[in-house]
Design a protein around this ligand. Structure first.
Ligand code: GDP
Length: 476
C-alpha cells in the first residue's frame, strides 16, 4: 500500500454542473476534512468510534453537504458534497475522498490547491487506476479497459470495453494459468520422483493436453484480435491510385466536406490527409495518399514510399481508377502489388460522368475474379455512386466487426504476450515429441506461464506499466 496521498481534479476541464476533486491514500480523509466544513444540521455519525466528541467522522460511502474553505484564510471556496470510501472498498483500494463542487475551473483549482497545501501530492496520469492495479483491485487487462472505455470512439467499442472492465479476459487467462500450473505440478513430481511418477507420465498425453487445453484456446482468442482492433481504433481505409484519377475529390465526397485539395496538376497530394467519419457507430479513418506512379521527383517519391508503408496498416484499400484512362502496365502492376497484401480492395471506377466513348477503361478479368475485390462506379465530381460506395464500406465494416461472442477484447500487447506463450508451448510440444527430459519441458511451460502473467500484469515490468498508465488522463 502506498504511503503517500494523491489528489487531482477528476472531471474534465471547463465549465460544468459538477466537478470532482479526488484524493486517495492514507491521509485523504484527514486532509479533506481539514478543508471541509459540514453543515451543522446535517446528520453525521461516529461509526468508527474514533472521533472525539464534536468531531466529524463521516461514514464510508455516505454523502455529506457542506462547504470547502481555504485552510489559511478560512474563506469559503464553494459549496460541496463530500464522500469518503474507506479502504479497501474503494476504486484504488485505499481511503478515497471525493469532493463535488461546482465545475468552474477556478473553483476546482482552488479546492485542489487547498488539499495540496494540506499535504496531498498531485496525482500523475492514471495514478488512481495504477494504485487500484498495485493494490490488486483490478488486473492490467481491466486497467487497460478503463482507458479504452474513456477513449472509446464508438458505441460498440465502449460496450466491449465495459465488459472487459468487469474482468472477462482476466478470468480466461487465469483459467489457462491454472491449467499450466496443474501440468507443471505433474511434471515436477516426475522430475523429483522419477521412479514413482516418472514412469507413469506419457509425453503424448501431455502434448495432447498442451494442444487442446492451451494452444487451441490461445489461438481462438487471438483469431479476431484484428477485427476487435478495428472497433477500438476504427476501420482504416486508404485511397490509392495514379495521380489525377480523383482521389482527393473522392476523399472530400466520403467526408462530405472539402478536406483535400483538388487540382488538375498531377502529384499535388504529396503528404497524407487523414480524417474520419462515423459509419454504423464505427469510426472510419480515411487517408488520401500521394498518387502512386513512377517518378523522378525525390519529394514525390518520399510520399509514394510513405503510401506503401500506410497500406500495410490499412483494413480496406480503395483503388481509384479514372475510367477515361485504359488500364496500362502501371495500373496492372499496382493492382498486383495491392492484391499481394491480401487486404480487402474496393476498385472505385471514377469519372463515370465522362461521355461513354471516352470511357476506355475495361475491368481486367484478373481483377473481377479476385474474391477480395469489389467494384463500384462513381462520379466524385457529381457525387454519383458515392452512396453505393458508402453502403459497401458499411457492409464491410459490419462484416469485420463480428465481435467475439464472449465480448473479449484483445489488444496488441495481449496479442504479443499470447504469441510468446504460444511459441513456448510449441517448443514444449516439440520437446515432448523428441522425448526431451522433463526439466527442459518445464522450462518452456514456465516461459508460457510468465508470458500469460504479463497479460494480467502479475509479471509486467515497470516500463510496461509506465507506458500503459501514461496514456491515462490525470484524475483517472
Ligand atoms: P487526385 O490527384 O487523384 O487526388 O485527383 P483530384 O481529386 O485532385 O482530381 C483531379 C482532376 O480530376 C480534377 O480536375 C478534378 O476536378 C477531376 N475529377 C475528379 N473526379 C472527377 C469525376 O468524377 N469526373 C470528372 N469528369 N472529373 C473528375
Amino acid at each position: 500500500m502506498n504511503a503517500s496521498t494523491i489528489a487531482a481534479i477528476a472531471t474534465p476541464p471547463g465549465h460544468g454542473g459538477i466537478g470532482i476533486v479526488r484524493l486517495s491514500g492514507p491521509q485523504s480523509l484527514d486532509i479533506a476534512l481539514s478543508v471541509f466544513r459540514i453543515k451543522r444540521n446535517a446528520p453525521f455519525s461516529d461509526v468508527d468510534g474514533k472521533g472525539s466528541p464534536g468531531s466529524f467522522v463521516p461514514q464510508s460511502r455516505y454523502l455529506y453537504y457542506g462547504v470547502v474553505v481555504d485552510p489559511d484564510s478560512l474563506h469559503i471556496i464553494d459549496e460541496a458534497l463530500f464522500t469518503v470510501m474507506r479502504a479497501p472498498h474503494s476504486y484504488t483500494g485505499e481511503d478515497v475522498v471525493e469532493i463535488q463542487s461546482h465545475a468552474g475551473p477556478v473553483a476546482l483549482a482552488r479546492i485542489l490547491g487547498a488539499v495540496l497545501r494540506k499535504g496531498a501530492q498531485p496525482a500523475g496520469p492514471g495514478e488512481f487506476t495504477r494504485r487500484a492495479f498495485l493494490n490488486g483491485r483490478i488486473d492490467l487487462t481491466q486497467a487497460e479497459a478503463v482507458a479504452d472505455l474513456i477513449s472509446a470512439r464508438s458505441e460498440k467499442a465502449a460496450e466491449i470495453a465495459a465488459v472487459q472492465v468487469s474482468g472477462k479476459l482476466k478470468r480466461v487467462i487465469q483459467a489457462l494459468q491454472a491449467t499450466l500450473h496443474d501440468m507443471l505440478t505433474y511434471i515436477e513430481a516426475a522430475i523429483d520422483f522419477p521412479d514413482e511418477v516418472g514412469q507413469e507420465i506419457d509425453p503424448d498425453t501431455i502434448a495432447f493436453r498442451i494442444d487442446r487445453e492451451l494452444v487451441q484456446k490461445l489461438k481462438s482468442l487471438m483469431l479476431s484480435a484484428d477485427q476487435l482492433r478495428c472497433l477500438r481504433d476504427g476501420i482504416k481505409m486508404i485511397i490509392i491510385g495514379a495521380p489525377n484519377v480523383g482521389k482527393s475529390s473522392l476523399m472530400n465526397r466520403l467526408l462530405e466536406k472539402e478536406r483535400a485539395i483538388v487540382t488538375d496538376i498531377p502529384g499535388t497530394t504529396r503528404d497524407f490527409i487523414e480524417d474520419a467519419f462515423l459509419m454504423n457507430g464505427m469510426p472510419v479513418v480515411v487517408t488520401d495518399t500521394a498518387g502512386i506512379h513512377e517518378t523522378v521527383d525525390p519529394v514525390e517519391q518520399i510520399g509514394i514510399d510513405k503510401a506503401w508503408a500506410h497500406i500495410s496498416g490499412a483494413d480496406i484499400l480503395l483503388l481509384t481508377m479514372d475510367v477515361g484512362r485504359a488500364a496500362d502496365a502501371a495500373a496492372m502492376g499496382l493492382f498486383e502489388k495491392l492484391s499481394d497484401t491480401r487486404k480487402q480492395i474496393i476498385v472505385v471506377l471514377n469519372k463515370t460522368d465522362l461521355p461513354v466513348d471516352r470511357q476506355v477503361f475495361h475491368l481486367p478479368g484478373s481483377w473481377s475474379e479476385n474474391p477480395k475485390v469489389e467494384v463500384v462506379r462513381v462520379s466524385a465530381l457529381h457525387n454519383q455512386g458515392v452512396a453505393e460506395l458508402k453502403s459497401l464500406i458499411a457492409e464491410m465494416v459490419i462484416r469485420s466487426s463480428v465481435v467475439r461472442e464472449d465480448g473479449i477484447l484483445i489488444n496488441l500487447r495481449h496479442k504479443s504476450c499470447m504469441e510468446t506463450a504460444l511459441g513456448a508451448l510449441e517448443n514444449a510440444r516439440h520437446g515432448l515429441a523428441q522425448n526431451m527430459p522433463f526439466e527442459l519441458i518445464a522450462i518452456d511451460l514456465y516461459a508460457a506461464r510468465d508470458a500469460l502473467s504479463e497479460i494480467t500484469g502479475e509479471s509486467a515490468k515497470e516500463d510496461i506499466l509506465d507506458s500503459i498508465f501514461s496514456t491515462f488522463c490525470i484524475g483517472k
